[in-house]
Design a binder for this molecule. Sequence first.
Ligand code: ZN
Ligand code: ZN
Length: 257
Amino acid sequence: MLIDTHVHLNADQFAEDAEETIERAREAGVEKMVVVGFDTKTINLAMDLVEKHEDLYAAVGWHPVDAVDCDDEKLAWIEELAGHPKVVAIGETGLDYHWDKSPADVQKDIFRKQLHLARRVQLPIIIHDREAHEDIVEVLQEENAGDIGGIMHCFQGDQKMAEACLDMNFYISFGGPVTFKNAKLPKEVAVTIPDDRLLVETDAPFLAPHPYRGKRNEPAYVKLVAEQLAELRGVSYETLAGQTTANAEALFQFDRR
Ligand SMILES: [Zn+2]
Ligand SMILES: [Zn+2]
């Protein structure tokens, strides 16, 4: 069995067939899925989905690309939702320097506020990092994020960054890119992550693994990520699935409330 620790079943791409997609994931052996909401619309849809399905859980936060649209009222709403029994994490938040909709200083401010929020509600935080490796580590260190902990989602940093994040109690999660044929760095880093710090995800509908690269991703494909990691790490698929599932259970404590 597997846990997809990061999936956007609340995305427009699943508006027509979310139910069938969830069913295919179950058939592929995905026992739980964490649906990530990152703005008003996707948070509301994530909450609807987790109310309806026992095996779905939610993460709620504000995406760095849209940081300019976030305000104290929205953060207060996220904090209130954090008390819902099926909300298991804050995020995704972080920094994204690929798009220029939100200036870096605004992104950092909203990121820090969500770290404070996660600390208050005592939930792990899910970090999105795109082209912002050094600043992410700097903010996490300045905010003493080690005692919040959480996930570096779809990790694409180098060995040094992985070590800095592991030192701060973070789990390292790999998605579709680790299966890409030319993905030298993620493959190298994936081999070095300790057994008890490794997670798998899809980030569906984005970043579909090989051989579906460029197509719509879906949570059933988390199996392809797990198979790739097992091969790289020289363990059986069953061992890899067991380790990553136990790690997700330990981090999210799905049934804590
Ligand atoms: Zn992300
Ligand atoms: Zn995401």
